[in-house]
Design a protein around this ligand. Structure first.
Ligand code: IPE
Ligand code: IPE
Ligand code: MG
Length: 227
């Protein structure tokens, strides 16, 4: 089996999972945390270097205030609750996105966890929070503005994105049956293999990840060339 060094996931379907059970949408997000834990542990086992998770998009700020608030509180809670699991598994934690929109308290808690886990040698977990692909390209363009045209290279753009230094994902999984990119990593997924599954995120566990990696292993990646 060909295991990618960077796996990315659009974790979708928490709301529908809850609705199917007559629960509040937030219960779906809470259950989704268990999937994050399971998938992270599996990535550590498999030696995956990077696991990026789309946790909250820039567009998600437009959800009802109560849901946004509940999601932000859940995140803050998880960062305390999951500390031991991250350390036990040697997982490095990072958050990438438009951090200026986060509350100062949450931002500080994130920075502290990033520092506490920065020397962990196994999988790096990248939580894409308040992230959007177009925002990422825009902030990169602003960083590059004023440079000489010949200095604006593909590598310079790579290095100006929030994912600087991180290889592009070889595999992107989206759960819940939706088949769209929803303003996720637009630049970084230029040659990524996409796997779509009907499984809702709270039901996506270790075996679902293995099935997605197996599907990826069967793909023939040509990068425009003739094989
Ligand atoms: C994904 O689940 C989590 C976030 C976007 C924060 P949703 O909340 O989008 O769940 P559905 O798509 O409504 O079922
Ligand atoms: C994409 O899911 C964002 C995350 C999973 C965090 P959405 O549920 O927000 O996407 P749309 O609205 O269905 O495109
Ligand atoms: Mg959704």
């Amino acid at each position: 089996m060909n295991v990618p060094q960077h796996i990315s996931i659009i974790m979708d379907g928490n709301g529908r999972w809850a609705k199917q059970r007559g629960l509040d949408r937030v219960q779906g997000h809470i259950e989704g945390v268990k999937s994050v834990r399971a998938v992270t542990e599996k990535c550590v086992e498999l030696g995956v270097k990077y696991l990026s998770l789309y946790a909250f998009s820039e567009e998600n700020w437009n959800r009802p205030t109560e849901e946004v608030g509940a999601l932000m509180s859940l995140l803050a809670k998880c960062m305390i609750q999951e500390y031991d699991t991250l350390m036990d598994n040697g997982v490095r934690f990072r958050v990438l996105g438009n951090r200026s929109r986060l509350s100062p308290d949450l931002d500080e808690a994130i920075t502290n966890l990033e520092k506490a886990t920065e020397n962990n040698p196994n999988t790096t977990m990248l939580i894409m929070l308040s992230y959007s692909g177009k925002w990422d390209i825009l902030q990169a363009a602003k960083k590059l503005a004023g440079r000489k045209p010949e200095e604006i290279t593909m590598e310079a753009i790579d290095d100006a994105l929030v994912t600087a230094g991180i290889p592009d994902p070889e595999l992107l999984i989206r759960t819940s049956g939706e088949q769209r990119i929803s303003n996720y990593m637009l630049w970084q997924t230029a040659y990524t293999e996409f796997v779509f599954t009907d499984t809702l995120w709270p039901d996506f566990r270790k075996d679902s990840l293995m099935a997605a990696i197996e599907e990826y292993s069967r793909r023939d990646r040509r990068f425009g060339k003739v094989k």
